[in-house]
Design a protein around this ligand. Structure first.
Ligand SMILES: CC(C)(COP(=O)(O)OP(=O)(O)OC[C@H]1O[C@@H](n2cnc3c(N)ncnc32)[C@H](O)[C@@H]1OP(=O)(O)O)[C@@H](O)C(=O)NCCC(=O)NCCS
Length: 216
């Protein structure tokens, strides 16, 4: 176990494990509470929960839990975000109804949701000739604000990378809006390389980071 993992466990008696279906609601709530700027956080908790349920099947979802069973944070990963987005829109008819209701309340969501769904198609094959951007992607990493800056995010990342190595995945990407200053610094501090910049919503640019893992 990495020393950072150990430190965090001693301080918070926290454990990081694959999320269970029962934690999905709390995960979706924490996403909405903390990642306030993205389109996904405007979806109601039930739809967002459906996305995280799909990630549980298609990818990796790890939850950091303190000894009083509260959710300290989570990290989600997809082997192929394009496939995941296709699965999401096909997954069940009630998603269309719920999205329709959301659109009636907030018409601007139509454009923002399309932009979010199309985002995975905007990099990896661009006109700058960059072709080595992996399909595998860290989709979200969120730590409860009450325990941020105590090593939980780093411990989640280390646990995720251990899982990736078990699956023989040695590189992955993450896309972060450039306005997320602390997240961008977090990725750079954790050895991600800025590899591309794309436009997802309006004029805001997003950074595409790639991290290569050592083969032990
Ligand atoms: C980005 C995020 C996941 C990082 O999680 P975190 O638990 O705060 O991360 P860490 O504690 O491992 O590291 C963050 C900082 O705390 C510092 N830190 C870590 N352990 C520490 C400790 N014991 N004491 C003091 N500082 C510590 C790190 O050095 C790092 O410093 P920096 O911000 O100056 O680079 C978290 O800030 C977050 O949830 N942000 C909002 C959601 C978001 O933007 N997610 C990314 C987009 S999907």
């Amino acid at each position: 176990m990495a020393s950072n993992d150990m430190d965090t466990m001693f301080r918070y008696k926290m454990s990081i494990n694959p999320a269970t279906i029962h934690q999905i609601g709390k995960i979706a709530e924490l996403h909405k509470q903390v990642l306030t700027s993205g389109f996904l956080s405007r979806l109601d908790t039930a739809i967002l929960g459906k996305l995280y349920k799909l990630i549980l099947k298609e990818g990796i979802l790890l939850a950091a839990v303190t000894d009083d069973s509260s959710l300290a944070g989570f990290v989600s990963f997809s082997h192929d975000t394009k496939k995941l987005m296709r699965m999401f829109v096909k997954s069940s008819p009630d998603i269309y109804l719920r999205l329709f209701i959301t659109y009636l309340r907030h018409p601007s969501f139509v454009l923002r949701s399309l932009e979010t769904m199309l985002a995975p198609f905007k990099h990896g094959n661009n006109n700058k000739g960059i072709r080595n951007i992996p399909a595998s992607e860290l989709l979200s990493i969120v730590v409860n604000p009450a325990v941020q800056h105590t090593g939980t995010g780093t411990a989640l990342l280390q646990k995720l990378e251990g899982e990736l190595k078990k699956r023989k995945i040695y590189s992955y990407k993450v896309v972060a809006g450039e306005q997320l200053i602390s997240a961008n610094r977090f990725y750079q501090k954790n050895e991600f390389l800025l590899t591309d910049r794309i436009r997802i919503h309006g004029k805001t640019m997003s950074n595409v980071f790639v991290k290569s893992l050592s083969i032990d």
